[in-house]
Design a protein around this ligand. Sequence first.
Ligand SMILES: [Zn+2]
Ligand SMILES: [Zn+2]
Length: 160
Amino acid sequence: MNWGCYMGLFVEGMLCQICGQPIVGRQEITSLPSLGSDTNDPLFVYGDCTFHTGCIARLGVYPEIQERVNRIVEMTRNRPPKCDICGQPIQHWNDIVAFTRLTSETSGILSGFCYKQFHKQCLKHDDRLPDLTLALRRLHSSGEWGGEQLELWLSDIDHL
Ligand SMILES: [Zn+2]
Ligand SMILES: [Zn+2]
């Protein structure tokens, strides 16, 4: 299955992360991109991995995985990436702030910034920045987020 974005590395004979059996020959395989940066996210463990397609498709969370991948494909479609505020290409790698999954909630400030990317100057002057910063700090102090990416985003925002 080809998702059209960055994939987990596949090497013949590597083990399927679900059934533990080697992936060989012409077995149908599914490679997933990174599904986010929050190590406490239930889907985190499936990111950057390769599976027998039958194994992953049987998981109860498979529809959520598909939806997540669709969002990531959409976000990474444009090269160079396009700013979600001004609509212009982001030409320099050091002029981007890119958020992946921030929350599983479907409303609220964090939800609105999931899978969005911006020129630093565009984000700096966006009316929503104070609310976003507050919500990210709350998320950080709640301890719900796992891993260091949240701190990196907060640092990016501090240095806009
Ligand atoms: Zn398997
Ligand atoms: Zn912009």
